[in-house]
Design a protein around this ligand. Structure first.
Ligand SMILES: [Zn+2]
Length: 227
């Protein structure tokens, strides 16, 4: 996984769009979709990374707030709009149903908000499944997405072990500790999170102690050594 650190502007530029406002963006990239997630304490939805380190549970989205709907959090998340068109939930649900009928899984790029204006690109995921569950007051969708390991990764055990999702709270801690700079040279552009301990040795708990920020140059230097 890349785990690039990008500004809001860089994220929009990568997706060739002026602004990214919505969390769910069906087929934004033409052949793939884009979702924005947040595990921050003030996040509007309950997004989570599972223990396996490669699966994300992404909550569907609410009806828009209107004069009649004062509190969208008390209304079932909708499959269709008032005019009967599919919502973003509906489009993602449809893709899962198509997959159950044998279609390939939808590819979804995931960006995660770390701080205001600071995002991390979590890589490409496949949309595997969804469930509709009652969260206590209404029905919500939970989409299951799994990290797609690139073919260049799958041939190398070391790289595959590095392709685990780093939890958001660890990233936030590391970002503050490293001052938003490469831990080796202090560069402030083309940064990403790097974790050092192979999954097999470090277990499922990735902590700030084995994660650091590296620039593209120092990441390349590191990959050369591994190869
Ligand atoms: Zn550097």
């Amino acid at each position: 996984m890349k785990d690039d650190i990008v500004s809001y502007r860089e994220m929009c530029d990568r997706e060739r769009i002026q602004t990214l406002q919505r969390g769910m963006n069906w087929r934004l990239g033409g052949s793939y979709s884009v979702i924005l997630m947040s595990q921050r304490s003030n996040a509007p939805y309950k997004d989570a990374i599972l223990e396996d380190g490669v699966t994300i549970i992404y909550e569907g989205h609410d009806v828009p707030r209107t004069a009649e709907i004062v509190d969208p959090k008390r209304v079932d998340q909708p499959l269709t709009t008032k005019t009967g068109r599919p919502t973003q939930n509906g489009l993602f649900v449809r893709a899962v149903e198509a997959k159950r009928d044998g279609a390939p899984a939808e590819t979804v790029r995931i960006y995660e908000k770390l701080f205001s204006g600071i995002w991390s690109y979590k890589g490409e995921f496949s949309l595997e499944n969804y469930t509709q569950v009652n969260d206590g007051s209404r029905n919500v969708f939970r989409f299951e997405l799994r990290l797609v390991e690139s073919t260049s990764m799958s041939h190398s055990t070391t790289l595959r072990q590095r392709s685990r999702i780093i939890p958001a709270e660890v990233k936030q801690e590391v970002w503050i500790r490293d001052g938003g700079k490469c831990a080796i040279c202090g560069a402030t552009d083309e940064l990403h999170f790097d974790h050092d301990i192979p999954y097999s040795k470090g277990g499922s708990s990735i902590t700030a102690d084995n994660v650091r920020i590296l620039c593209a140059r120092h990441n390349l230097a590191k990959s050369d050594k591994i190869e």
